[in-house]
Design a protein around this ligand. Structure first.
Ligand code: NI
Length: 173
């Protein structure tokens, strides 16, 4: 298992619609494990494959508390929201691909997600609270959508402008 370098805004891979996984093969399981390693190394709650440069529909999550003795690690291929509550919840979100910025995002408070697990078996998960926000954030990544898209246009454009300038500066160094 290996942690991979992160794709950072404005990397175009973050804006692509990712392709579905045809079958959960050993290569997909390897990808899931690498993503868990990357998420842990970067202290993230979740990670989507485009964030390590792969435009494929795989996400991983670990939304357990730090003192949780038995943390639940979610590994999902082709996750899809099949039901969402009418009531909404707001949470402050950040993203490993947009380091240094956070913003309040409003999403459905409860969702049901259908996905393939690491064995390729179809499963359904019901999520509320932090996990609900996290799984929606990660699925958004597979559709080229980022949390900054939920912020005001002024704030979003400011973040994109600053990060684009930073990326240019780093290339020139
Ligand atoms: Ni993110």
């Amino acid at each position: 298992m290996t942690a991979k370098p992160l794709s950072i805004l404005p990397d175009p891979v973050l804006r692509q619609v990712a392709s579905p996984v045809a079958t959960v093969t050993d290569a997909v399981r390897q990808l899931m494990d690498d993503m868990v390693d990357t998420m842990r190394e970067e202290h993230g709650l979740g990670l989507a494959a485009p964030q390590i440069g792969l435009s494929t529909r795989v996400i991983v999550m670990d939304c357990s508390d730090e003192d949780d003795s038995d943390p639940v690690i979610w590994k999902m291929a082709n996750p899809e929201i099949i039901d969402a509550s009418d009531d909404m919840a707001s949470m402050e979100e950040g993203c490993l691909s947009i380091p240094g910025y956070r913003g309040e995002v409003t999403r459905p408070a409860r969702v049901t997600v259908r996905y393939l697990d690491a064995d390729g078996v179809q499963q359904e998960m019901q999520a509320t609270g932090l996990l609900a926000a996290c799984v929606q954030h990660e699925i958004d990544h597979l559709n080229g959508r980022l949390f900054i898209d939920y912020l005001s246009r002024v704030k979003r454009d400011m973040i994109i402008r600053k990060m684009t300038k930073e990326a240019r500066f780093e290339r020139e160094e």
